[in-house]
Design a binder for this molecule. Structure first.
Ligand SMILES: NC(=O)c1ccc[n+]([C@@H]2O[C@H](COP(=O)([O-])OP(=O)(O)OC[C@H]3O[C@@H](n4cnc5c(N)ncnc54)[C@H](OP(=O)(O)O)[C@@H]3O)[C@@H](O)[C@H]2O)c1
Length: 269
């Protein structure tokens, strides 16, 4: 299967490298279309497939086309691609906010998969939520899911609206986690730890807590009860968080991200 990645930026490069690393695709079958000549030159040095500068040279050779340009570059990209699109090709778009129907109309195609990956895809720990048009076959969907899974885990959703929810939780979520980590690092520094010591304490604590959570069947609430002994230190912190209704603020933040995703999607209609 020949894969064409359009846009050799952060995500396009992550995808190409991840597919090759997992040996799900070989270099001979990997093509990258990048409009910036400087970036194309840099990509060519990485030896991750054939790099092209225009759609006319490569689009018709591809079985799967991955759209990885910024959403604002999509209209110009659609215009450039449209003359060379073939009906049997499967398109996977990771462009935030751009709907299946918009892509279908702009390119005159039917087989489209829309995915929302997140930043940890760069290290193989990503979370991607994806959906598809009815015309994508089961086999094509499994093939694309296998590719996506080289960057982490994935979840298929029937309803395209769920992509807005995914944008607010797993898409923007890494920033929420960094925010919490940063606050804990500030606290560690105020208690006399150096910057590097604070980073170690906090990042290993996050890693350890998530690992424990993943390897057991306890809910977050149960784990909190397990580590909060009566009159102890954890209980003092949890009481403070609960009085400040920190959880409600986090829910409100995620809902604000969701509303923003919905409204950005509407401007695309
Ligand atoms: N980064 C993330 O964590 C993340 C998460 C979820 C979804 N996404 C989505 O992934 C997409 C890509 O994001 P990114 O961070 O990888 O962006 P990026 O680093 O800016 O990469 C996009 C690349 O596409 C190139 N490009 C633009 N128009 C093109 C065209 N017509 N033909 C070929 N190449 C073209 C750009 O070149 P120039 O720089 O010269 O314009 C740039 O090199 C976005 O739609 C974003 O919404 C990203």
């Amino acid at each position: 299967m020949k894969i064409l990645v359009i846009g050799g930026g952060n995500m396009g490069l992550t995808y190409a490298q991840s597919f090759l690393r997992s040996q799900i695709c070989n270099k001979a079958d990997m093509m990258i279309l990048e409009k910036s000549p400087e970036k194309a030159k840099e990509l060519a040095k990485k030896d991750i497939g054939t790099v092209y500068g225009t759609a006319s040279e490569c689009l018709s050779k591809a079985d799967l086309v991955i759209l990885a340009v910024k959403p604002q570059d999509a209209p110009a990209l659609f215009t450039a691609l449209r003359p060379f699109v073939e009906a049997q090709q499967v398109f996977l778009s990771i462009m935030a906010g751009i709907k299946l129907q918009t892509i279908a109309q702009a390119l005159g195609l039917k087989k489209i998969i829309r995915a929302m990956p997140n930043l940890p895809a760069q290290t193989g720990m990503g979370m991607t939520v994806f959906t598809s048009s009815d015309e994508v076959t089961r086999i094509e969907l499994v093939m694309v899911q296998n590719l996506i899974n080289t960057t982490g885990k994935s979840l298929y959703v029937e309803a395209e609206d769920a992509i807005d929810g995914a944008t607010a939780i797993s898409g923007s979520g890494p920033a929420y986690v960094f925010y919490f980590m940063d606050a804990m690092m500030q606290a560690a520094r105020q208690m006399g730890f150096s910057v590097s010591e604070s980073e170690l304490l906090v990042s290993q604590t996050f890693r350890g807590a998530v690992d424990l959570y993943n390897k057991t069947n306890f809910s977050c609430e149960t784990w909190i009860q397990k580590v909060s002994s009566k009159g102890g230190t954890t209980e003092a912190a949890m009481k403070c968080f609960s009085e400040a209704q920190l959880d409600e603020d986090i829910v409100a933040g995620a809902k604000a991200a969701y509303q923003r995703a919905v409204s950005l999607g509407k401007t695309e209609d």
